[in-house]
Design a binder for this molecule. Structure first.
Ligand SMILES: Cc1cc2nc3c(=O)[nH]c(=O)nc-3n(C[C@H](O)[C@H](O)[C@H](O)COP(=O)(O)OP(=O)(O)OC[C@H]3O[C@@H](n4cnc5c(N)ncnc54)[C@H](O)[C@@H]3O)c2cc1C
Ligand code: FES
Length: 310
């Protein structure tokens, strides 16, 4: 097996990011297609796999003729085997080209990039709310929390999609307190890992909650005792309206919340400020780069007006 070539990126980045983002010729190990133009890609990228944490992402070359890389969240990483997985939904030219890759081919990969989720040990009940292609980093978070032997984390995942889910939903055997037993469709991999999950969609998918994923999470939260809610922290990734709804949930139920943002990116390594967003800090508002200062931010810092109004 040919080893992936690795080079350390040291230019255009601020000091805190030096020696943490790598450029690798990642070898394609497999590509699996799912309905609605969704694909899961496994790449041999040992240096990226060794450092990847939930919420970090890669910047991937999709074809030799396309100069702009595409940012994609890391869905899973196996540091021992040296691979990572990503899940993507085709929007345009770049990702469409990525559906043509063949096993053995190499793709230039930059990663892992960004500041991922920072789970709060004082709140072991990690409520993961993911929408569409916002699901992958939360699957990664659920798996890593489950594998963390130092702390008794209790992740619980609610995922929503209007397109068919990029996996075959399983039937949850254990009921979730506060939810109708007919809402029983769950994520198969998380179920096998012992992480409870439920699925939501406005489409009429079997066993799914009929509505938005944040409404499902809200119903669950409303049914919990105050002592349970005091142990909950919210982690969300998905389209912007979903993130705003997740921030509202955090405000209404007084939960700490971290949001994983998706912004249009150019360099993705902190050099161009093309991804900057306004963030509230204790000393006023300031601009932060989503690629290297995020993509994960506190909900309060992204939606300060929402919390002020609450
Ligand atoms: C941190 C981060 C993580 C992401 N994780 C995932 C993921 O796990 N799975 C997934 O399917 N998608 C993810 N996205 C969105 C994904 O990067 C875009 O959908 C993708 O770049 C579109 O490329 P395209 O070639 O299909 O579309 P095109 O329309 O050809 O892309 C045109 C240009 O717009 C940019 N662009 C288009 N949509 C977006 C967007 N929503 N965010 C940022 N740039 C965009 C592209 O980079 C490209 O430069 C993520 C985005 C960010 C910023
Ligand atoms: S994309 Fe260039 S600084 Fe973030």
């Amino acid at each position: 097996m040919q080893q992936a070539q690795t080079t350390r990126i040291t230019h255009t980045m601020d000091r805190p990011h030096r020696d943490t983002i790598f450029l690798e010729d990642a070898r394609v190990l497999g590509l699996e297609a799912f309905p609605a133009h969704q694909y899961q890609l496994r790449l041999e990228a040992p240096r990226c796999a060794a450092r990847a944490t939930p919420g970090t992402f890669i910047h991937l070359q999709c074809a030799t003729g396309i100069a702009m890389r595409r940012p994609l969240s890391i869905q899973r990483a196996d540091p021992a085997a040296g691979w990572i997985e990503i899940l993507f939904k085709v929007i345009g030219t770049g990702l469409r080209n990525l559906t043509q890759v063949l096993p053995g081919q190499t793709l230039s990969l930059l990663g892992p990039i960004g500041q991922g989720f920072r789970p709060d040990p004082s709140r072991p009940l990690a409520l993961l709310v993911g929408g569409g292609v916002g699901m992958p980093p939360l699957e990664f978070l659920a798996e890593r929390l489950r594998a963390d032997g130092r702390q008794a984390w209790r992740p619980l995942a609610f995922f929503g999609s209007e397109a068919p889910f990029p996996f075959k939903a399983a039937h949850a055997d254990t009921p979730l307190h506060g939810l109708d037993h007919r809402i029983n469709a769950c994520h198969p991999v998380l179920e096998r890992l012992g992480v409870p999950s439920r699925l939501a969609s406005l489409a009429d998918f079997d066993g799914c909650y009929r509505g938005y994923v944040t409404d499902l999470a809200g119903e669950w939260l409303a049914a919990q005792h105050a002592e349970t809610r005091e142990r909950v922290a919210l982690y969300a990734c998905g389209p912007q309206p979903m993130l705003q709804a997740a921030a509202r949930l955090a405000r209404d139920f007084d939960l700490p919340a971290q949001l994983c943002l998706e912004e249009y990116m150019a360099c993705a390594v902190g050099g161009c400020a093309g991804c900057a967003v306004e963030v509230a800090t204790s000393s006023g508002s300031t601009m932060r780069r989503v690629c290297v200062d995020g993509p994960v931010f506190e909900a309060r810092s992204i939606y300060p007006a929402l919390f002020a109004a609450g």
